[in-house]
Design a protein around this ligand. Sequence first.
Ligand code: 3PG
Ligand code: MG
Length: 401
Amino acid sequence: MTAFHTLDDVDVKGKRVLLRVDLNVPMEDGRVTDATRIERALPTINEIVEKGGRVILLSHFGRPKGQRVDAESLRQVVPTLEHVLKRKIAFADDCVGDAAAKIVDGLKDGEVALLENTRFHKGEEKNAADFIDALAKSGDIFVSDAFSAAHRAHASTEGIAHRLPAYAGRAMQAELEALESALANPQRPVMAIVGGAKVSTKLELLGNLVAKVEYLVIGGGMANTFLAAQGKPVGKSLCEHDLADAAREILVKSEKAGCEVVLPIDAIVAQKFEAHAPSHIVSVDHVGENDMILDVGPKSIAHIESLLANCKTLVWNGPFGAFELPPFDEGTNAVAQTAARLTVEGKLLSIAGGGDTVAALNQAHVAQEFSYVSTAGGAFLEWLEGKTLPGVAALMQSSQR
Ligand code: 3PG
Ligand code: MG
């Protein structure tokens, strides 16, 4: 089991707890459109509050690159945060200096404050020592609950964990435990589904997965690159022809590793990339010159589902087809629903993550049924690539001091 300290290892009563969360939530017209990341932080915040600690929330928001940008102020998140938490929070106009000190000094046990966007300071992304010191003035201990930002070696995600005694919050703990049970120490057979548009962004990930799973199902635009590399016609489909060699290398590597790569055997094709474009089913050997592959076909779905029925673990990143354009979401929906059913029946541990994936699972109304859905995008991908995430590594090191 991974070694990091958790909230079980510290008495937070009366302590100022600097809690790194990921409040980088989607917003439209000044309103939060998806509060999932805020909700995930709730158990840790409530636990610290109930134990009489003082919670000082730290987060980035957007990419203001060291400038103060009003449109990227965390003040906008306060109403949703108060609504989800069901309590008032104090907001500090700056995450360091006098503005932060004033709010933090005024906090009583069991109260919560939010400090302004850490990325308003250049020191955040530079992981600069003086900025880390300035942040650390507001806390006695550091707790990280922001797995989704843990791929960044920034001051508030990594540096500060070396400066203050550091602990994993409950969301971080749940995330790490779920991810470990999916790939580090899984029940076999394991299936990985990797979809999305481009192979180029997922080469490392595919290379890592073939050594770890029994079945690697490739979907989405990426599958076209593999089909083309095998000499199949892909018409006008999204395809990275220049990556044919890389795709073939992955196929060779997977064969050596005893991993079966599962590619589509049939496809739904259309001549326009739009919702409800006239479409039909073809075998992947007969995609027409003007066709675009927009989803997997029924035989592919049935094949994937029959393999999945024998798997114990599923890790999923990336949709099969153009899921944002109905009816080309059918392949993704069908497999997602089967995975959800097997999970509910207790036969499958299902873990999914990545921006599009979560949206696709929500659209298929199955996100609640999956064993674990990560809200992380880049961090989830880097973890699938087998990389060490700096924000996680710092927690491990802190536990060894
Ligand atoms: C995310 O939304 O993926 C995380 O909050 C990290 O944001 P970043 O990609 O701007 O570092
Ligand atoms: Mg990102």
